[in-house]
Ligand binder design. Structure first.
Ligand code: SF4
Length: 345
C-alpha cells in the first residue's frame, strides 16, 4: 500500500488514466482529501464505485494514528501521533488573535542534540516522508478545537533542512491550490543553522519565511548549547543569512530563548545586537525559557525586568525585536516533551 499524498495532481491523473478512468477525477480525489478531510476512499461519494475500490486496493490516505491529545487552557492543542512503524511524533496547533499556526515535525527524533530541547534527548530515528508531514497538517486542519489553520511552522521535532527533499515536496503541497492552499509567506522553515541547507533554500523560487534558532551570540556558548555550531560557527551562519536575505529580499528571523544566568544579561544583548548589525532584514524573537525535563542546561526563565531590559537594549540599538509569549505551558507544549513522556512509559 502506498501513501496517495506522495503523488502530485499530475501523477495521480496519470495513474487514473492507466486504469482507464478519466484524469479529471484526480482533482476530486484531492479535494476530498485536503478540502473535506476524507480519510477513506469509500466516502468519496461523487466518484464511481469501481474507482473507489481501485484506490482502496492500492493507496491509503492517513498514515498516522492519534496516540494522545492535550488541550491547553490557552487554546493550544498538542497531538502525539504514532506512525505506521511505531515511531512517535508531535504536532501542535497554536491559536492567536488572527491566526492559527500548525507546528509540524519533520523527523522522528533529532540528531542535533540542542541542550534545551527535549526532541534530541532520545536521539534520531528517521526522516519523515513528505506524506507523513502532510498527515500532520491534514489532521490538524480538521481536528483543532479553535479556529482554522492559517499558518505552518516546521519547528516541531527534527531539523527540517536535514530532510530537505521531503520538506520541499511537502511545502509545495501545503502551498498548492489543489491541496491546502496556504500562502508561502505563511509557511516558516525553522533551522538550527544548517548552512548548506539555507544556501540551497535561497535558490528555490519560494517566498517562505526562514527562522534560525540562535540562542547565543558567541561561539563558545552556542557550541555548548547547540553542538551544530562547531560545524557551522556564527561567522558562517550570519554570512549565509545575509546572503539569503540579500538574494531573496526576505527577512530572517532569529529565535532567542532567554535563560536565566546563561544568555539573558545586558552583555549578551550587546553581543547579539553586534552580531546582527550587518543584516539589513532581520528580526529577533525573544522567548523566555520553558523548563525541559532531562535537558543538560538548567532552563529557568529570567525575571520580567531582565527580559524587558534585554528587549529594550536591542530596540534602542536598532534591532527589530519581538517578545513571544510561551504557549501551552500547562500541557508540556515545548518541543518533544509529550513524546518524551510517552517513550519513558
Ligand atoms: S532544537 Fe531543533 S535541531 Fe535542536 S535538538 Fe531540538 S529539534 Fe533538534
Amino acid at each position: 500500500m502506498r501513501d496517495i499524498k506522495e503523488l502530485s495532481l499530475k501523477e495521480l491523473e496519470v495513474k487514473l488514466l492507466s486504469w482507464g478512468k478519466p484524469g479529471y477525477h484526480a482533482r476530486q480525489v484531492l479535494s476530498w482529501i485536503y478540502g473535506k478531510g476524507a480519510y477513506e476512499f469509500a466516502k468519496m461519494s461523487d466518484l464511481p464505485v469501481t474507482l473507489r475500490d481501485l484506490l482502496t486496493d492500492e493507496f491509503y490516505i492517513l498514515g498516522l494514528r492519534l496516540e494522545d491529545l492535550q488541550r491547553s487552557s490557552d487554546g493550544t492543542d498538542k497531538f502525539l501521533f504514532e506512525l505506521k512503524d511505531g515511531n512517535l511524533i508531535e504536532a501542535v496547533g497554536i491559536p492567536a488573535a488572527r491566526r492559527v499556526t500548525g507546528c509540524i515535525s519533520s523527523q522522528a527524533g533529532c540528531k542535533f542534540a540542542c541542550s534545551f530541547c527535549a526532541s534530541g534527548l532520545k536521539g534520531f530515528k528517521r526522516n519523515l516522508t513528505c506524506g507523513e508531514m502532510l498527515d500532520e497538517v491534514l489532521y490538524l486542519k480538521h481536528n483543532l478545537e479553535k479556529g482554522q489553520l492559517t499558518h505552518i511552522v516546521f519547528m516541531g521535532t527534527g531539523e527540517p533542512l536535514d530532510n530537505y527533499d521531503n520538506l520541499l515536496k511537502a511545502v509545495r503541497v501545503i502551498n498548492s491550490p489543489e491541496a491546502f492552499n496556504i500562502g508561502s509567506r505563511k509557511i516558516t522553515i525553522s533551522t538550527c543553522g544548517i548552512v548548506p541547507g539555507i544556501r540551497r533554500l535561497q535558490g528555490e523560487s519560494l517566498q517562505v519565511e526562514l527562522s534560525i534558532s540562535l540562542h547565543a551570540a558567541d561561539d563558545s556558548l552556542r557550541s555548548r548549547i547547540m553542538p551544530i555550531n562547531r560545524k557551522y560557527p556564527l561567522s558562517d551562519l550570519i554570512r549565509c543569512c545575509r546572503e539569503y536575505s540579500e538574494k531573496t529580499n526576505r527577512q530572517v528571523t532569529f529565535e532567542y530563548i532567554l535563560v536565566k544566568g546563561l544568555n539573558s544579561d545586558l552583555a549578551s544583548a550587546k553581543k547579539l545586537s553586534g552580531l546582527l548589525s550587518s543584516l539589513r532584514l532581520a528580526k529577533v524573537n525573544l522567548i523566555p525559557a520553558n523548563p525541559v525535563n532531562g535537558s543538560t542546561e538548567k532552563m529557568l526563565p529570567p525575571s520580567e525586568q531582565e527580559v524587558s531590559a534585554f528587549k529594550e537594549y536591542l530596540f534602542k540599538t536598532g534591532v527589530n525585536v519581538t517578545l513571544r509569549k510561551e504557549r501551552g505551558q500547562d500541557i508540556q507544549a515545548a518541543c518533544g516533551q509529550l513524546r518524551l513522556k510517552h517513550e519513558k512509559n
